[in-house]
Design a protein around this ligand. Structure first.
Ligand SMILES: [Fe+2]
Ligand SMILES: [Fe+2]
Length: 145
């Protein structure tokens, strides 16, 4: 029997979930900034529009995740930009592709630990969005060699 084990474990899991939500919020916010730069460097209008569509998805994710963070903690997240957004178009595509692919798994992992059905659904949907974004960035890489 572990009479005190369960609440402690609960606290630890909750703490980890809040930390991961904060990381997700920062990631979305950083992607919005980075994709704005990337869209400006795009070689043509159709790619620029597609990158802006992706950016709109990230803004929606950002707003959703801020809401989850705020309802879980009772305060707004302290948003920080991740460094590392490349300055050239090709490096930017490579960076974005890798980042999107990693985020697919990260969000599925959060979905499994979500505290509400709504949060679970939102992270599953966001994970599918990131997978689709990754495919677009891969396409942009091959489209203009
Ligand atoms: Fe996103
Ligand atoms: Fe994305």
């Amino acid at each position: 029997m572990y009479p005190y084990g369960y609440p402690e474990e609960n606290y630890r899991q909750q703490h980890q979930l809040v930390a991961d939500l904060a990381k997700a919020v920062n990631g979305e916010y950083s992607a919005v900034q980075c994709y704005e730069q990337l869209a400006r460097m795009a070689p043509n209008q159709s790619i620029r529009e597609q990158i802006n569509e992706i950016r709109n998805d990230e803004m929606r994710h950002y707003r959703e995740f801020v809401r989850f963070y705020t309802s879980l903690t009772g305060r707004r997240p302290n948003v920080q930009i991740n460094e590392g957004c490349p300055q050239t178009y090709r490096e930017g595509l490579d960076f974005a592709f890798r980042d999107e692919q990693e985020t697919v798994d990260f969000y599925l992992d959060i979905a499994e630990r979500a505290t509400t059905q709504e949060m679970r659904k939102a992270f599953k949907r966001a994970s599918a969005d990131e997978q689709s974004h990754a495919v677009w960035f891969l396409y942009f890489m091959t489209a203009h060699r």
